[in-house]
Design a protein around this ligand. Sequence first.
Ligand SMILES: O=C(CO)[C@H](O)[C@H](O)COP(=O)(O)O
Length: 231
Amino acid sequence: MDRQKQDELKQAAAKQAAGLVEDGMILGVGTGSTVKFFIDELGRRKEEEGLALKAVVTTSSRSRKQLEGLGFTVSELADIDQADLTVDGADRVDKQLNGIKGGGAALTLEKNVAVNSKKNVWIVDESKVVDHLSGFPLPVEVLPISCEQNKRRFEAEGLNPQFRLNADGSRLKTHYGNYILDLHVDSVPVPSGLADYLDHTVGVVEHGLFLDICDEVIIARDNGEIETRCR
Ligand SMILES: O=C(CO)[C@H](O)[C@H](O)COP(=O)(O)O
């Protein structure tokens, strides 16, 4: 699929999700190129329909900047109780609506916003939908102090870890000053098993397996149809 077509699909899914946003909501807004279209649409609704949110929280400085540029005041997660709705993208989503996220290295805040949200909606184009989680490296955010030990441990487990790098070859640092180890595994046959292992590995801050979190996924299909799948 070419880039322009994929962007059209992302925009279609984003527009549909923006229709779920209601006045007075506390809204969670994720990160990524699909979410950028969602924020564009929020801005349009604010301008043309007077959309008025109670509060907005977001998961990256990029999304924050875009939201603030459109006149939204962005709160910190710690300043709200929970979001009514969070809309985010995903890198892969399977039939059970489990997913891999973190392609934009924002997984830690994304998961924290998501679990503190009454409803989570993901917006994706068809290329992200898989039967079983595969086809995208699994991001794991690790503390710098023990990142080499974590890497060796993951290697021993056959998880093929690689530090995520910047364009200049330096290690990418997350918003929180940590590193990302991308696990290059062909597929994740038992996502709950791997999530459990990562959850119990010292030095792991967070990982990109988002299990039992997404309530609804909006899929923009190549043929122009929009499909909504619910948990
Ligand atoms: O998890 C994410 C960022 O950490 C994004 O939601 C995910 O990478 C999808 O991004 P895009 O919409 O650009 O394909």
